[in-house]
Design a protein around this ligand. Structure first.
Ligand SMILES: Nc1ncnc2c1ncn2[C@@H]1O[C@H](COP(=O)(O)OP(=O)(O)OP(=O)(O)O)[C@@H](O)[C@H]1O
Ligand SMILES: [Mg+2]
Length: 259
């Protein structure tokens, strides 16, 4: 259906294992359950988001790699797949994506490859959610050049909290040099464990941090083993087990973003 104009949300944190991929998959699923047309773009060569929605990246099937490569990229439309769930599409990743840094090294405008490639499909979706790898490669720069909003998952662990400084610096550099319109939409506390003092302390620090006033989501994502289990089965947790706390938390996040 045409006539939409996608909100483009990049889920970013240079730190690994903080819940980026799980957030992309489950926020995507939550939005699709609310009748929103959603495209998940997997910009991580490890293709965890691709597997997380039940797609096995084929050796030869077109991926986001083919869409941004030069020369002769393929149109985004021909690489986008339907998932098993209504309103939820995927632009899959591929291991070849890891070589793109070198391949595009001498190309002018290489940071805008993804933006150019997705321009023709923006009016097909309400939301485009982009998963990124835990490094500031040309892939992530492409994502930041495209996105209008950034969602930052932050594990409720001291190291993760400390790493937010770096992220804020990256964002202001991108704002100055590549994408003046980008803004931090929100910081999402993840892996919260009520029973541990460290989790509670970090959450309190986030809540008191002046840099994140009005930015910290009220929703907190708790540690929940069903989340990891559902990833193993290639299903978003909101479809895998609706009664889990993982599903409840991600549906609450969806609600918060929609209102
Ligand atoms: N709230 C949670 N409770 C329990 N396990 C979780 C939770 N969130 C994520 N996980 C699990 O923790 C691992 C890391 O999560 P995820 O892959 O989303 O992080 P990431 O930031 O995308 O990592 P990377 O930087 O490597 O891409 C995965 O195995 C995932 O299933
Ligand atoms: Mg990931």
């Amino acid at each position: 259906m045409a006539g939409r104009k996608a909100r483009i949300i990049a889920v970013v944190n240079e730190k690994g294992g903080v819940g980026k991929t799980v957030t992309v998959i489950n926020l995507g699923a939550g939005l699709s359950l609310n009748q929103k047309e959603v495209l998940i773009v997997d910009m991580d060569p490890q293709f965890n988001a691709t597997k997380g929605v039940g797609v096995n990246p084929g050796e030869d099937s077109p991926s986001v790699y083919d869409v941004i490569k030069l020369p002769e990229p393929v149109p985004a439309r021909s690489a986008i797949l339907k998932t098993a769930w209504e309103h939820l599409d995927l632009l899959p990743s591929h291991v070849d994506l890891s070589g793109i840094e070198v391949e595009l090294a001498d190309e002018p405008g290489r940071e805008n490859r993804l933006k150019e490639a997705l321009a023709p499909v923006l009016d097909l979706y309400d939301f485009i959610l982009v998963d990124t790898s835990p490094s500031l490669s040309i892939l992530t720069v492409n994502v930041l050049a495209l996105a209008s909003e950034i969602l930052v998952p932050c594990q409720t662990q001291p190291y993760s909290y400390g790493a937010l400084d770096e992220l804020l610096e990256t964002v202001s550099t991108i704002k100055e040099e590549i994408n003046p319109d980008i803004r931090i939409m929100g910081v999402l506390a993840t892996f919260f464990d009520q029973r541990t003092r460290v989790s509670n302390n970090v959450l309190e620090s986030l809540r008191e941090d002046e840099r994140f006033q009005d930015k910290l989501f009220d929703t907190v994502i708790r540690v929940n083993t069903t989340i990891a289990e559902s990833a193993y089965y290639g299903k978003p947790v909101v479809f895998f087990r609706r009664s889990s706390t993982g599903a409840a938390d991600y549906l609450a996040l969806t609600e918060e973003i929609l209102t």
